[in-house]
Design a protein around this ligand. Structure first.
Ligand SMILES: Cc1cc2nc3c(=O)[nH]c(=O)nc-3n(C[C@H](O)[C@H](O)[C@H](O)COP(=O)(O)O)c2cc1C
Length: 186
């Protein structure tokens, strides 16, 4: 079948993508916001890059306190993620208003989300300016998954699925059926 020029926003065809809800704390206040432009970029050291609008409160907050938890969210938290993305923590206490349950961290002062599928306790170690975005580099200090929800190869999707962000308010689950790639031509 021939191709056709795609007329939507260029990045739409790079979605759906896993969503991280990032918790930060500065000036005595906790903030939380979703970020779906995220990816691991180095195994050693363990670094996760997140593309953040420079105008977000999360980005601003990281300049005073670089500690953050990167929370991988399950489908049940899609509503929460969407609502957290619709307002800025600069004007509101989103965590309090949404009554988010928190999970104490092991190594840093910023908590995780009790409802997360996994929590990366992290510290922002640097950033790269890209247009109006900052690609923020987080070093993972501790990685925890919900008990019984993950094995060596990652999430056990029948136990905990993930909320992949499509566009706007649309999220997807991951199809738990795996495709085994064949190493040899058949
Ligand atoms: C599902 C979802 C994913 C998002 N991903 C990103 C992202 O990767 N980068 C970004 O800068 N903003 C992203 N946003 C928008 C921010 O979450 C939004 O600007 C938020 O209000 C920032 O909150 P803050 O000012 O409290 O940090 C996303 C929004 C939603 C709903």
């Amino acid at each position: 079948m021939p191709f056709e020029r795609y007329s939507g926003k260029f990045y739409r065809l790079l979605h759906p993508r896993p969503t991280l809800v990032i918790l930060t704390s500065c000036g005595g206040r906790l903030d939380a916001a979703p970020f779906s432009w995220n990816t691991p970029v180095s195994e050693d050291p363990p670094i996760i890059a997140v593309s953040m609008s420079r105008s977000s409160f999360t980005r601003e907050c990281l300049r005073t306190n670089p500690e953050a938890t990167l929370n991988v969210i399950p489908p049940e938290m899609a509503d929460v993620a969407y609502r957290l993305g619709a307002a800025s923590g600069r004007d509101r206490d989103k965590v309090g208003e949404l009554g988010l349950e928190l999970e104490p961290s092991e190594l840093i002062g910023v908590p995780g989300l009790a409802g997360a599928a996994a929590i990366y306790e992290s510290i922002a170690e640097g950033s790269v300016e890209v247009g109006q975005m900052d690609l923020v580099l987080f070093r993972a200090l501790v990685v925890r998954s919900r008990a019984g929800a993950a094995g060596e190869s990652g999430f056990l999707l029948e136990v905990t699925n993930l909320a992949l962000h499509g566009a706007g308010d649309e999220f997807f689950r991951v199809d738990p059926r795996s495709l085994r790639a064949s190493p040899t031509p058949t």
